[in-house]
Design a protein around this ligand. Structure first.
Ligand SMILES: [Zn+2]
Length: 383
């Protein structure tokens, strides 16, 4: 770690209750006193939904304050009824993974502290999602992925890294200047908890939220979101059910709270559930399908399912940026592209320029030309 400074927030250990100030990335999520997991504490907590906030920023009042908000249209994933079970389909996120919720927050944080280089250990789905988000955030240059064994990385990930100019190393050089991002950190938890905020906001009447448990971080994050809502006096009385496949050990992070119920399914059951979901047109990983299977057995449940990485749909990002351009210009116009961005800097300046250009070509935006000395600038308004 070099010269990069990041702001401190208050975090609290869920095991021993210790509170201290920490930045939200470098801490790696563990309490220095007891090794417990730490989560963000808010002063003056409130739950105000901001429908104009893109993606997870709809819940900005329950997220850490950052200087720049990055969103590529993650969140607000559909809730579908499949047979007797409700399903929260996280595949609808830009890269097909719930990780996008965490990536939006982490990329925002990193853009806010203007870190020029980011290093992260390789984690399937997460690393690609984070890279996708960082490549859309300003101020990010180098991206370094630490792999223990390059052959264990799926080849589509390797090809994606090459296309993005990523550096792959086995070990980080201690002298290099970068921000190190672990999958397990307080920001990931805050980003992922937005899943349950959406379930609560939509007034879904269920007793349990069933999630696949690999690292246990998703189950823990859902639990944290429920704690935040309860602390504010909301009746978010959902039980978190973490689904494990086969004989795996209960992840440490799940054992750190007594409130998460652990349920096991066999490999055969996970396979059957995957087949069943595929028959309904949903491609899910066996672990995700297993949570659907458990939801079906429990009744009054919502199962969170996700799938592997999909190539991000550029269209969704573009339409989100255009929405912002329209919204700004309907409030105030004419404006230069730069001033549109200044009014609501939720996307990158480059993204706004691109959107304005294509909206001008499609005839959606009109402009008048104004002279600034020798320079002519375009002032845009909605036609
Ligand atoms: Zn502790």
């Amino acid at each position: 770690m070099g010269e990069i400074q990041v702001p401190d927030h208050i975090v609290q250990c869920v095991v021993c209750g210790a509170r201290f100030r920490s930045n939200l990335l470098l801490h790696r999520g563990y309490c220095p006193r007891c090794g417990g997991i730490v989560t963000v504490r808010y002063e003056g907590l409130s739950f105000r939904v901001d429908p104009s906030g893109p993606g997870i920023w709809r819940y900005a009042s329950l997220l850490p304050a950052v200087g720049a908000r990055v969103s590529l249209g993650e969140g607000l994933t559909p809730i579908q009824k499949l047979g007797e079970v409700l399903v929260k389909n996280e595949r609808a996120n830009p890269t097909g993974s719930y990780s996008d919720r965490a990536s939006a927050l982490i990329a925002s944080y990193i853009a806010s502290v203007r870190a020029g280089a980011v290093a992260t250990p390789y984690v399937e789905d997460f690393t690609r999602s984070l890279l996708y988000y960082l490549s859309h955030a300003d101020h990010i240059g180098r991206f370094i992925v630490v792999v223990s064994d390059v052959l264990s990385v799926p080849s589509e990930d390797v090809l994606y890294f090459i296309s993005k100019g990523v550096e792959v190393v086995r070990q980080l050089s201690p002298t290099a200047n970068f921000v190190e991002v672990d999958y397990l950190n307080p920001l990931t938890i805050e980003g992922l908890k937005t899943i349950v905020l959406e379930i609560y906001e939509e007034g879904v009447e269920v007793d349990s939220v069933v999630v696949p448990a690999e690292t246990g971080l998703l189950a823990f994050s859902i639990w944290k979101g429920i704690q935040d809502l309860k602390e504010l006096g909301y009746e978010a009385n959902y039980e978190v059910v973490a689904v494990l496949v086969g004989e795996r050990d209960v992840p440490n992070i799940i054992s750190m709270t007594r409130d998460i119920r652990v349920v096991r399914v066999s490999d055969e059951e996970a396979y059957e559930a995957t087949k069943k979901l595929l028959g309904k047109g949903i491609k899910a990983k066996p672990l995700s399908a297993a949570s659907y299977y458990i939801g079906e057995n429990l009744g009054r449940s919502i199962a969170v399912i996700t799938a592997g990485f999909k190539q991000p749909a550029r269209g969704r990002y573009v339409s989100e940026v255009r929405k912002v351009v329209r919204e700004v210009l309907s409030r105030k116009s004419p404006l230069t592209a730069y001033n549109i961005w200044k009014e609501k800097p939720v996307f990158t300046l480059r993204g706004i320029y691109r959107a304005v250009k294509s909206m001008e070509q499609s005839g959606e935006l009109c402009y008048e030309v104004s002279s600034h000395g020798k320079r002519k600038i375009k002032l845009y308004y909605l036609c």
